[in-house]
Design a protein around this ligand. Structure first.
Ligand code: SF4
Length: 388
């Protein structure tokens, strides 16, 4: 296998990483004597700019044995490893040819977290400082990376991340018994925030510090939604994480969890909805509705569950509500709330058709609001019991 073939093969092995920026993928053929295919993701930077993202590993060899992972040590699987210079020179060809303008770079662990992180940093350094790569870079932090390495990563990348995998140490021990929750994984994330707070942002790539994200494996450690959201809320509040990703567990053959059932995709959706309420809508964890099993109900989205409990009997007056109150109404997001505030400067809102013209999902919102002191008529047919 030549270097470019190995490069493509390694990148195409990455579909297990259910991370962020990607939203669609295309396999492209690379011009060469032998046709080679490479999966490139249509993605967006944290600033919303569309990019063509290559997600790949520096090495798929790993000395750890996480129970869920296709790359775990001892699993019968072909591996490939690149040295930083070789990898950087291959990637820059894709960048210069306009095939990829963003890179998500991770690695299996070999020789410890510090050594592996050094390899990733060397690669990023060559790309940025010797080969002129100006595109988007999401660089993984390795379990066990040290603070000076985290700082260096933040000077080279647009985004850094390390996967917590589980919401606490006890749950992690069921997935990856040889990973240290606090010292190896949480600590680097804490350093990211410490550095952002203590050092001037001009030291970062493009004079700003990178955003930070993490990922949890869902459904393989008997973790509850409350546990996940508790940790997520803390990460948003204390470490200013941009996002938490929830990767539904899928069993991998020849691993200790090969017979464990896959996670429910609807659970993933509910967790994302709840995490956005915590991050963007001012919700506290105590305002989310958990069942007796400490999980979110699957049959209702968390914002509607909140509204059913709190707003049905005390609907929100659209003409007086604050932005914070408006965005708690199902069907009204931040942009729609802004449009309502704008419209209120010009007239009183007394009819659902006015809200509809503002882009509000009136069917969802109507049961929870008042228009000029009155419940909208649509509500009568939807919720007869409440008319009394
Ligand atoms: S350390 Fe990472 S690559 Fe290695 S087995 Fe664990 S999850 Fe997989």
């Amino acid at each position: 296998m030549d270097a470019l073939e190995r490069f493509c093969w390694l990148a195409n092995d990455m579909d297990w990483e259910a991370d962020d920026e990607r939203n669609a993928s295309t396999a492209i053929s690379l011009p060469s004597t032998k046709e080679k295919h490479l999966v490139i993701y249509s993605a967006q930077t944290p600033q919303g700019k569309p990019i063509r993202l290559l997600k790949t590993l520096l090495s798929s060899a790993c000395e750890r044995d996480c129970f869920y992972c296709p790359f775990r040590a001892g699993r019968d699987k072909a591996r490939a490893t690149f040295q930083p210079e070789e990898f950087a020179r291959l990637f820059i060809r894709l960048y210069q040819a306009g095939i990829a303008d963003g890179l998500f770079l991770s690695s299996g662990l070999a020789g410890g977290g510090r050594h592996t992180q050094d390899k990733l940093l060397d690669t990023a350094d060559i790309l940025r400082n010797r080969l002129g790569f100006r595109g988007y870079l999401h660089l993984k932090l390795m379990p066990g990376a040290e603070k000076d390495q985290v700082w260096r990563a933040m000077q080279l990348a647009d985004r850094v991340s390390i996967n917590l995998e589980a919401p606490n140490a006890e749950r992690l021990s069921r997935l990856a018994p040889h990973k240290g929750f606090f010292n190896e994984i949480l600590q680097p994330l804490q350093w990211v925030e410490q550095i952002r707070r203590s050092k001037p942002a001009v030291q970062g790539w493009q004079q700003r510090w990178p955003s930070s994200v993490t990922q949890f494996v869902l459904g393989a450690a008997a973790e509850t939604d409350r546990e996940i959201l508790q940790t997520t809320a803390w990460l948003f509040r204390s470490l200013r994480l941009s996002r938490a990703y929830y990767s539904p567990f899928r069993p991998v053959s020849d691993t200790p969890l090969e017979n464990h059932p896959p996670a429910d995709l609807l659970r993933q959706r509910r967790l994302y909805q709840a995490s956005f309420l915590l991050r963007d809508y001012g919700f506290r964890l105590s305002e989310l509705n958990f069942g007796a099993d400490e999980n979110l109900p699957l049959d209702v989205d968390p914002k509607k569950a909140y509204a059913d409990r709190h707003l049905l009997h005390t609907p929100v007056e659209i003409n007086r509500a604050s932005p914070e109150q408006l965005i708690r109404i199902p069907g009204i997001g931040q942009k729609a709330a802004g449009r309502i505030l704008q419209a209120r400067k010009e007239c009183r809102l007394s009819d659902l058709s006015q809200l509809k013209r503002l882009g509000i999902e009136t069917k969802r919102a109507a049961p929870y609001l008042l228009l000029n002191g009155r419940r909208p008529p649509i509500q009568l047919s939807l919720f007869n019991p409440l008319t009394h």
